[in-house]
Design a protein around this ligand. Sequence first.
Ligand code: 5CA
Length: 438
Amino acid sequence: MRLSRYFMPTLRDAPADAQIVSHQLMLRSGMIRQEAAGIYAWLPLGLRVLKRIEQVVREEMNRAGAVEILMPTIQLADLWKESGRFDDYGDEMLRIFDRSQRELLFGPTAEEVVTDIFRSYVKSYKDLPLNLYNIQWKFRDERRPRFGVMRGREFLMKDAYSFDIDEAGARRSYNRMFLAYLNVYARLGLKAIPVKADPGPIGGDMSHEFMILADTGESQVFAHRDLVEMGAPGPDIDWNGDLEDEVTRRTSLYAASDEMHDEARFAAMPEDKRMTARGIEVGHIFYFGEKYSKPMKALVTGPDGKDVPAQKGSYGVGVSRLVAAIIEASHDANGIIWPDVVAPFGAAVLNLRAGDAACDAVCETAYKALTTAGIDPLYDDRDDRPGAKFAATDLVGIPWQLIVGPKGVAEGVVELKRRATGERQTLPLEAALKAITG
Ligand code: 5CA
């Protein structure tokens, strides 16, 4: 992409009402624009990052055996009346009437819709386990939308729903998601800890939230320190096994959100292992058995020929929230530092004297080579001051900066800067390209 033909409306200063660093940096780097309270347009740079996070989530869901579908944003109120949640959900639900006065709503979550799909097709235990997920916009009329996309009213969620014939099967499905979530966050360069959580309006009796530790987090976390360094299980686990050991290794260490906190258990841990911190909730998983399948009559025939309600769990990842969470975890005074996997562009080519034939030629060669190698470079070909180019490239956080100036070009070298470390090297173009493409 040539910056002269791109749309990257960076701002010198963040609007005064942006309170946390991720919100400030997302506005300054031209990733998002607020359209209404808690409702954002995603500008090109923000959209690229959002799509890349979405793709990591998708790959890990697929690896764990979940199957992608796409459910509508607009749902029938009747389905929610069937499950009994229509009145309970309250003011957070955006209720809509169509031209024939049929009552609809903008989905805040999709337990009812997916249960309706499931019951229409699946009748036998032989078709289970089944896990259906989608990555779709949700709307919750939050009382206090704030911190940009961190707590929006419209936000992108990955929501998965597992169906099993019995509790043991449902537990395996829960374990698969528990571990797949840890792999998602690890791939995104985040340290996430699973904490025991309150199921809230989704319901159920087993639930974990996944927390990224950050001072700006809205949740209070109490946990055993070792959980932070325990890390993810990685892709090579037996996804068809019960995975009980891998999960228990983590859940046996104390970790709870404030609603579930047990001060006596916490105080019983050695003092140096007790950690109290703020956390950003980037995922929440639930096991709730028959809560929706029973009232909505999602029945499956078991091996004994008897019909029973499917055992269900649901599993959410805050995809748009993750954009902000990654920035909270990875930035410096000059701007964002994107981990390579989610960076909007793999490298930036900075032409410090656009219009100079020698600089232009080197930049064009670099741009072409990086494009061919699949690095997806952003070429700053604008006629602007070097200082402005450096500041903008640091701000938007592109992992590599290939800097081309007239002095270097005369000597046959370019400068290569790694955004994360600030490390700079002067080297011939070929060597710089090799360092980027690996
Ligand atoms: N149906 C279940 C799981 S599929 C569910 O809705 N769970 S949830 O309410 O916990 O939401 C799942 C995730 O979405 C949360 O962990 C959080 O990361 C994200 N999320 C929830 N509300 C918002 C919001 N207002 N803005 C941004 N992200 C949100």
